[in-house]
Each structure stands twice: as structure tokens, then as C-alpha cells.
Ligand binder design. Structure first.
Ligand SMILES: NC(=O)c1ccc[n+]([C@@H]2O[C@H](COP(=O)([O-])OP(=O)(O)OC[C@H]3O[C@@H](n4cnc5c(N)ncnc54)[C@H](O)[C@@H]3O)[C@@H](O)[C@H]2O)c1
Ligand SMILES: [Zn+2]
Length: 333
């Protein structure tokens, strides 16, 4: 299956196909590539890509968020320069959101921008971070604080690659798909309510990508509708920064964040049921006062209120402004 994403800068395809990784070269259509991956991406996937480009170099960064930093960014750029990469060359990222964000930012800034192909290899990156054009590294403890909007010229999604992902990482990525079902696509949400949602993995990915594609096309730079994809993220980010020791993964915090804001009883029960099936946490162990402070410091807080994405009816996300009392009430204070 192929989706076309239309953005201001370019139109690009997303290929969604089992075993597409083994045909990546056909889709990419050039030999002049610089491959980037991380050492947590199983070797068999890295080898599958590398074997198709015998003359290309693969730059392998250490796995983990820590690689989204200036030092690694600089290493990659230095390597690209050393190889005399030009604007005719293509950066190809194989990995999760960390590799995608870093490689995308390198592509966006090297020689004022070169072609970039993303091959996401985690559930989260397949359904969420691989499209939309946001690229970034972290700086001075602030996530994604140095970055650029840079659209890929091609995204290759091969669901087969998920076979090596741990259940925990698979499920946390699915939290983002549940989110998109909640805000935009009831059928996507209902797939998770079926007995064996894993039989619908490809459809889950396709539907999530369609939601994200539609939102990105309508609102490339997050002026309006794209904010709806922050559903679960306002409290989610607070839970994430509260537990600095990475006790919870991002998608797990989004799951708890969704549970915190949804009020409508029937919908909340359905959401709870789906998150339980995915073995995602429902409630965060934390100091609630501190969470309120963090929520109000969130970058979406403005004029003393916080913009919260809410869902009362499946598939219809909307934003509302919560004042201090509502932020406290949301978390049960
Ligand atoms: N650009 C965006 O729009 C956007 C959106 C959401 C998140 N993000 C970013 O994405 C990052 C998180 O991405 P992530 O959740 O994919 O994490 P990740 O990239 O850190 O990957 C998680 C782990 O899985 C390993 N891995 C990757 N593919 C694998 C596979 N097929 N089998 C087994 N292991 C595999 C990785 O080596 C890593 O250790 C964060 O930095 C976040 O800021 C960006
Ligand atoms: Zn998210």
C-alpha cells in the first residue's frame, strides 16, 4: 500500500508493505546514500539494508535518547563531510524515533538540506514520528529543543521489522495509535477492542498513518489541528519529566495522560479496557502537586490556562482551556 503525503515543500510517498526493507534500494532508486542506524536495531535489519548498498557506509550511533545530542550530531556531520557527501546524495535512516529525528536533522542542515529517506523500525516511529517533518536533537536537558521542519522524500514502513521489538516497546508505540483512534478514527480504536488485535497490526499502522497524514497535510506547522495529536501528552509529558529515571516509556506516559483527561464515563471505560489489553499503565505513581506544577509549565500553557486535548465522543478530539482548578481536578486534587 502506498500513501502520498502532500506538504508545502514536497509530496512524498509512504510505502507500507511487508518485507519492503529487503527492497529498499528499488524504492530509494539511487546508490549514493549515507546510512544511519543505531546499535539496538537488530543486525539482521541493518545487514538487510546495507547489503543492498555495497558501496555505502553505515554510521551506527549508540541506541537511546542520549544520541539526540550535539556530540553525536557533530560526529555524523563530520562523517558526511569526510565522505564528501553532496546535495545529490541521500541520507537513509533505519531505526526508531531517535535515529529518525537525528538523521532527519542532519539531512535538514547538511549543505542547507539534502534528501532524506526514513525507514522506521519501532512501532512508535512507524505510526507517529516518521512522518510530519519534525526533526530535532535535545539540548541543555530540553527535549527536541534544537531542530528543523524537514520532510522526508520517502518513508518505507515494513511491519515485518517489528517482529524483533520487545512487547513493551510494541505496546508503548500502540498507545500513539490508540490516541489517534480516540481523536480521529473510531474504527482504528475498535481494532484494539477485537480479540486479537495483533492480527490487525498492518491495518493499525495504515490507519494511524492515514490519520497523521491528514493532520500533517492540513496543519504542517502545528498552528491548529496538529495540536489534537497532543491528546494525552500534556499530563503525559509531566509524568515523563517527573520520573527522570525513565521508569516509564513515552507511550506509557501518553496512556496515563489519556486516562487522566478523559471524563466521559463510557468512553473512559472503553479506553481503560484497551490500555489494559496492551499492558499499558493507567495511573502514574507521583506527587500530584508536582504534576500540576509541571503541567502548568508545559510549553502549551498560555495566559494562565493550559490547552488540553479532550475527547468525549470516540473519533472527535477538540481542545479546551483548563485553568488551575481544572488542572488540579483532572488529576484528582
Ligand atoms: N519527530 C516526531 O514527530 C516525533 C514524534 C514522536 C516521538 N519522537 C521522538 O522519537 C524518539 C523515540 O522513538 P522510539 O520510541 O522509536 O525510540 P528509540 O528510537 O529509542 O527506539 C527504542 C529502542 O528500540 C531499538 N529498536 C529499534 N528498532 C528495533 C527493532 N526493529 N527491533 C528491536 N529493537 C529495535 C532501538 O535501538 C532502541 O533501543 C524520541 O526521541 C522522541 O522525541 C519524534
Ligand atoms: Zn507522543
Amino acid at each position: 500500500m502506498e500513501l502520498q503525503v502532500h506538504t508545502k515543500d514536497r509530496t512524498y510517498p509512504i510505502i507500507i508493505e511487508r518485507n519492503a526493507l529487503s527492497k529498499a534500494k528499488e524504492y530509494i532508486g539511487t546508490d549514493r546514500v549515507f546510512l544511519i542506524s543505531d546499535d539496538g536495531v537488530p543486525e539482521k535489519w541493518r545487514e538487510s539494508l546495507k547489503a543492498q548498498f555495497p558501496d555505502a557506509v553505515m554510521h551506527v550511533i549508540p541506541q537511546g535518547e542520549g544520541s539526540k545530542c550535539f556530540a553525536v550530531y557533530q560526529d555524523v556531520l563530520a562523517h558526511m563531510l569526510e565522505l564528501h557527501l553532496s546535495r545529490k546524495d541521500t541520507v537513509v535512516a533505519l531505526g526508531g524515533g531517535v535515529v529518525g529525528d537525528l538523521a532527519g536533522f542532519c539531512a535538514a542542515t547538511y549543505m542547507r538540506g539534502i534528501r532524506y529517506v526514513n525507514i522506521p523500525s519501532t512501532m512508535l516511529s512507524m505510526v507517529d514520528s516518521s512522518i510530519g517533518g519534525k526533526t530535532a536533537i535535545d539540548f541543555q536537558g530540553i527535549k527536541n529543543c534544537v531542530g528543523a521542519f524537514w520532510q522526508p522524500s520517502l518513508v518505507i514502513v515494513d511491519p515485518e521489522v517489528l517482529s524483533t521489538l520487545s512487547p513493551r516497546l510494541l505496546h508503548e508505540g500502540m498507545a500513539e495509535a490508540v490516541k489517534m483512534g480516540m481523536t480521529h478514527d473510531p474504527k482504528l480504536f475498535e481494532l484494539f477492542e477485537q480479540d486479537n488485535y495483533m492480527d490487525h497490526l498492518d491495518e493499525i499502522i495504515e490507519r494511524s498513518l492515514k490519520v497523521k497524514q491528514g493532520v500533517v497535510e492540513r496543519d504542517e506547522r502545528e498552528g491548529g489541528e496538529r495540536k489534537l495529536l497532543n491528546f494525552g501528552h500534556t499530563y503525559g509529558h509531566a509524568y515523563e519529566s517527573y520520573h527522570e529515571l525513565n521508569r516509564y516509556l513515552h507511550g506509557e506516559c501518553v496512556a496515563m495522560g489519556m486516562m487522566t483527561v478523559v471524563q466521559e464515563p463510557e468512553l473512559k471505560a472503553r479506553l481503560k479496557n484497551v490500555l489494559e489489553r496492551l499492558e499499558l499503565p493507567l495511573e502514574c505513581e507521583c506527587d500530584k502537586e508536582e504534576i500540576c506544577r509541571l503541567v502548568q509549565n508545559d510549553k502549551k500553557a498560555d495566559h494562565g490556562t493550559v490547552t488540553i486535548v479532550q475527547v468525549n465522543e470516540l473519533g472527535h478530539g477538540f481542545t479546551e482551556e483548563w485553568d488551575n482548578a481544572m488542572v488540579r481536578k483532572g488529576i484528582g486534587l
